[in-house]
Design a protein around this ligand. Structure first.
Ligand SMILES: [Cu+2]
Length: 472
C-alpha cells in the first residue's frame, strides 16, 4: 500500500507537469494543486476552514473533507478518479473506483458565493466526467459527457469552474458510463454553507453527511458486479456496512443535522429511534418552514438528498438505519427459503447418514445465522453481526447508532463507548408467575363466509422468496 501510494504521488506530479502545459494553461495558475489522498476508511474530524469565509464544518461518516488551496480568491480542489481498495468493514475489502484513495470520494465544502475551480484527473482505464448534482452553474460545467463536454479520457485532467450560488446539500458523480462507474463507487458529497445568517438554514452543533450506496459483491470476491439492477447484497452508508459504520456521537441537547444522499437503485426509508426530526432541506434547497412536519422515518428516493434535524435531548444509544429489513443485512441472506416452523428432524436424520455435518438453516428464524460458526469464504462479511453490550445486534448493511451523552464535549466526535442505563430504565426479564391468557372474545368473522373451507391437515408448501423482486 505504501509503495503504491508513493507511485501514485509520483504519477500525479508527472501528470501535473504535462497537463499544466497543455489543456489548463487558460486558467493561468502555477500548477495543479497536489491531490490530497486518504488511505483509511475512518471518520475524519471536521476540517475547519483555514482560508476564505468561516463556517461550521460537516463531518463525513467514514469519510473525510477535501482540503483546498486559495488561488487569487478562487478555491481550488483536485479530485483524482482512480481504482481504490475500500475497507467496507474490518476484514472485508472491496476493489472499487473512487476519488483520492477512497470511495466515496472526499466531501467538498464551500461557502455560498465562493468561486470554485475543481481539477478532475482521470486515472481510470476508461473515460469519465463529473456532474455536480443540484448546482446552479453554466451549462458547460454540468459534466454530462457527450452533451455538455467531451469525456475525460484516461490520463487527462479537466477543469470545472463556477460560483457556488445556492447554499445547500449536493453531491457529485460521473455522467459517463454511469451504470459502471456508480456501481463501482464513484460519488462524493458536496456542502455549500450559507454566507450569512439564512432564514431557513439553522446553525447546528453537529452536521453529519453520508451517501447511501449499494454493491453486489459475491461472497469471497472483491469486485462489484456492475450489471446488477435490483439484487444488491451490500447496502452501505458511505461504502461501509454495519458493524463497520462509525456511530454519530453527540452531546445531549445538541442540535444535530444529518444529510443523506441516495445514489443506489432503490429508495431507503431512513429511521431514527428515540427522537423526532424535521426534514429541513433537499437537494432542491431548504424546505419552507410551513412545509415541514415531524417524522421518525423519511424516505430518500433514488437520486435524492434529505437533510434531517433534531435536538438530541434523550441520552442513550439510538439505532439509526434503513427500515427495509433486507438493507440491514449483509451478503448471502437472499436466496435462502423461509424455514420457520418447518420441522426437519426426519429429513435431517436421513441426510446426516450421508453428510454428517448437514445443518438446516433458519428453522427457528434467522437469528441462528448470527452465531453460525460455518466457515465463510475469504473476504466475506457475515450476514448479520455487530456485538452490542447485551449480545449480537443481528444487523448488517445500513445500520449505525446515534450516541447521545451528557458529558460528550462540544466538538468531540470520539466514540464514548456503550450507554450505561440508569437503574429502572431498561427492559428486564419477568420472573414471576405467568397467568393463563383468557381467550379473546372476537366479534367479527370476516366480511363473508368462505365458500369452501380449507381441507384440514393439508401440507403447507413453503414458497421460496424469489430474490429481491418482491420488495422494490
Ligand atoms: Cu434501504
Amino acid at each position: 500500500m505504501t509503495t503504491s501510494r508513493r507511485n501514485f504521488l509520483t504519477g500525479a506530479s508527472a501528470i501535473t507537469a504535462g497537463v499544466a502545459a497543455a489543456s489548463v494553461s487558460k486558467v493561468a495558475m502555477a500548477a495543479l494543486p497536489e491531490p490530497a489522498v486518504q488511505t483509511k476508511a475512518d471518520t475524519a474530524g471536521p476540517l475547519h476552514p483555514s482560508s476564505g469565509r468561516s463556517y461550521n464544518p460537516v463531518v463525513t461518516l467514514n469519510g473525510w473533507t477535501l482540503p483546498w488551496r486559495m488561488n487569487n480568491g478562487v478555491k481550488e480542489f483536485h479530485l483524482v478518479a482512480e481504482p481504490v481498495v475500500r475497507e467496507m468493514a474490518p476484514g472485508f475489502k472491496a476493489h472499487l473506483w473512487g476519488y483520492n484513495g477512497q470511495s466515496p470520494g472526499p466531501t467538498i465544502e464551500v461557502v455560498e458565493g465562493d468561486r470554485v475551480r475543481i481539477f478532475v484527473t482521470n486515472k481510470l482505464p476508461e473515460h469519465t466526467s463529473m456532474h455536480w448534482h443540484g448546482q446552479r452553474l453554466p451549462n458547460g460545467m454540468d459534466g454530462v459527457a457527450g452533451l455538455t463536454q467531451p469525456s475525460i479520457q484516461p490520463g487527462k485532467t479537466f477543469v470545472y469552474e463556477f460560483v457556488a450560488r445556492r447554499p445547500g446539500t449536493f453531491m457529485y458523480h460521473p455522467h459517463a458510463d454511469e451504470m459502471t462507474q456508480m456501481a463501482m463507487g464513484m460519488m462524493g458529497f458536496w456542502v455549500t454553507h450559507p454566507k450569512s445568517k439564512h432564514p431557513l438554514i439553522e446553525e447546528v452543533d453537529r452536521d453529519f453527511v453520508f451517501l447511501l450506496n449499494a454493491y453486489d459483491i459475491e461472497p469471497g470476491s472483491y469486485t462489484p458486479k456492475i450489471m446488477t439492477m435490483l439484487d444488491f447484497n451490500l447496502w452501505t452508508f458511505n461504502s461501509r456496512i454495519f458493524p463497520g459504520i462509525d456511530s454519530m456521537n453527540v452531546r445531549r441537547g445538541d442540535k444535530v443535522r444529518i444529510r443523506i444522499g441516495n445514489l443506489t437503485m432503490t429508495n431507503h426509508p431512513i429511521h431514527l429511534h428515540g427522537h423526532e426530526f424535521m426534514v429541513t432541506g433537499t437537494d432542491g434547497g431548504p424546505t419552507p418552514k410551513s412545509a415541514r412536519w415531524p417524522e421518525v422515518t423519511t424516505d430518500v428516493a433514488v437520486g435524492q438528498m434529505r437533510q434531517v434535524e433534531f435536538i438530541a435531548d434523550e441520552e442513550g444509544d439510538w439505532a439509526f438505519h434503513c427500515h427495509k429489513s433486507h438493507h440491514t443485512m449483509n451478503a448471502m441472506g437472499h436466496d435462502v427459503p423461509t424455514m420457520i416452523g418447518v420441522d426437519h428432524r426426519e429429513v435431517v436424520k436421513k441426510i446426516t447418514q450421508v453428510i454428517p455435518d448437514y445443518m438446516v438453516m433458519g428453522e427457528r428464524g434467522m437469528a441462528d445465522m448470527t452465531d453460525m460458526q460455518m466457515p465463510l469464504p475469504d473476504n466475506t462479511a457475515p450476514m448479520m453481526a455487530g456485538d452490542g453490550p447485551f449480545g449480537s445486534v443481528e444487523m448488517g448493511g445500513m445500520f449505525t447508532v446515534v450516541k447521545v451523552r451528557r458529558d460528550q464535549k462540544p466538538g468531540d466526535y470520539r466514540n464514548p463507548g456503550w450507554y450505561k442505563h440508569a437503574p429502572g430504565t431498561q427492559a428486564y426479564e419477568w420472573r414471576g408467575e405467568l397467568p393463563t391468557a383468557p381467550k379473546a372474545q372476537t366479534q367479527g368473522s370476516g366480511s363473508m363466509p368462505a365458500k369452501v373451507a380449507p381441507p384440514k391437515d393439508t401440507e403447507v408448501q413453503i414458497r421460496k422468496p424469489n430474490g429481491h423482486s418482491g420488495h422494490h
